[in-house]
Design a protein around this ligand. Structure first.
Ligand SMILES: *Cc1c(COP(=O)(O)O)cnc(C)c1O
Length: 337
């Protein structure tokens, strides 16, 4: 199958499978797993944070950050489009008793500083306590401008807020700008990173923060059922995600550009080229086209897309240039060109 639905579908590389087979393991809840300890130390050094915590998913890494920064009755500011507001089942509210305060995302993915400032609640018993600003980079495949990150950090600092990055795809943001990941993560008190998307690990994410925040997060991870015992098998693959897969993302970005240019030759799809900044292509589908029928016909030909009036196609390690050519050929057949 050629699968454009997400970069989460990437399979572990052969090197990862070998490393997993050879991984030394122990009980991580006791702190005894050498592969996890190595991964967490390596990530802390790489990203220049005090420490790191290995988690089963990016969703959990975000939730742990929110629960560690905020107490019951606190709130976090985030984008309307933020994954940790819109796509994580309301976990912060449900499990953390933390109120989200969503704010409009601008076209570039940022949130207006004026909107952030206006949303910070005064110290008054009518209001939740505003504790945290949460940003996302990349957001919907878009790279948030570096100057904005610096300004947001300054605002958060001046207003006494902590600042979190949902950096599920921060590696894509860094590679797209030809910057080290630390150039982005330096602006944040905590960062979550997904290892099982474009970086190809089978499972896992990291939360980076200072020691005090991580000890709270480690406690909540256990409470949430995220204490994983001999998970060094996963950490062994995760190490390679960070050391061997980051630079490769440039190929995914090139392929997304190629896919976007090919797709834009069809009158049925309107591709906004300004949104093609990393590994995602968005295309609006003309009203007449039955996209569900197209998706079903493509599936018969071994190609998977998520049917939607706004198509999102994602490139990743398991999609080559020739897979994109196969997709375009199949699309021509399906659309009877
Ligand atoms: C995928 C994603 C997450 C959550 O990661 P999972 O590992 O799927 O739980 C969080 N934030 C963003 C921006 C994501 O794309």
């Amino acid at each position: 199958m050629i699968d454009f639905r997400s970069d989460t579908v990437t399979k572990p590389t052969q090197a990862m499978r070998v490393a997993m087979g050879a991984a030394q393991v122990g009980d991580d809840v006791y702190g005894d797993d050498p592969s996890i300890n190595y991964l967490e130390d390596m990530a802390a050094e790489m990203f220049e944070f005090d420490g790191a915590l290995f988690t089963p998913s990016g969703t959990q890494a975000n939730l742990l950050a929110l629960m560690a920064h905020c107490e019951r009755g606190d709130e976090y500011l985030c984008g309307q489009q933020a994954h940790n507001y819109k796509f994580e089942g309301g976990g912060a509210a449900i499990l953390g008793s933390i109120q989200p305060q969503p704010l409009n995302n601008q076209a570039d993915g940022s949130i207006l500083l004026a909107d952030i400032e206006a949303a910070i609640k005064p110290d008054d018993i009518h209001f939740a306590r505003t504790r945290l600003l949460s940003l996302e980079n990349t957001i919907s495949g878009k790279v948030v401008p570096q100057t904005y990150l610096a300004q947001a950090q300054e605002l958060a600092f001046n207003k006494g807020l902590k600042i979190h990055l949902d950096g599920a795809r921060v590696a894509n943001a860094a590679v797209a700008q030809n910057l080290p990941m630390t150039a982005i993560t330096q602006y944040f008190d905590s960062v979550s990173i997904c290892l099982s998307k474009g970086l190809c690990a089978p499972v896992g994410a990291l939360l980076l923060a200072d020691k005090r925040l991580l000890s709270k997060a480690r406690r909540w991870r256990k409470v949430l059922g995220g204490g994983m015992r001999q998970a060094g098998i996963l950490a062994a693959a995760a190490q390679l995600a960070l050391t061997e897969q980051v630079e490769r993302l440039a190929e995914d970005h090139d392929n997304a550009g190629y896919l976007a240019s090919q797709l834009s030759t069809f009158s049925e799809f309107e591709v906004d080229m300004s949104l093609v900044q990393t590994n995602m292509v968005f295309a609006s589908v003309t009203a007449e086209l039955d996209i569900n029928a197209v998706a079903n016909a493509l599936k018969q030909k071994g190609i998977l897309i998520s049917a939607s009036k706004t198509l999102r196609l994602v490139t990743h390690a398991d999609i080559s240039r020739s897979d994109i050519d196969s997709f375009i050929r199949a699309l021509k057949v399906v659309l009877q060109r």
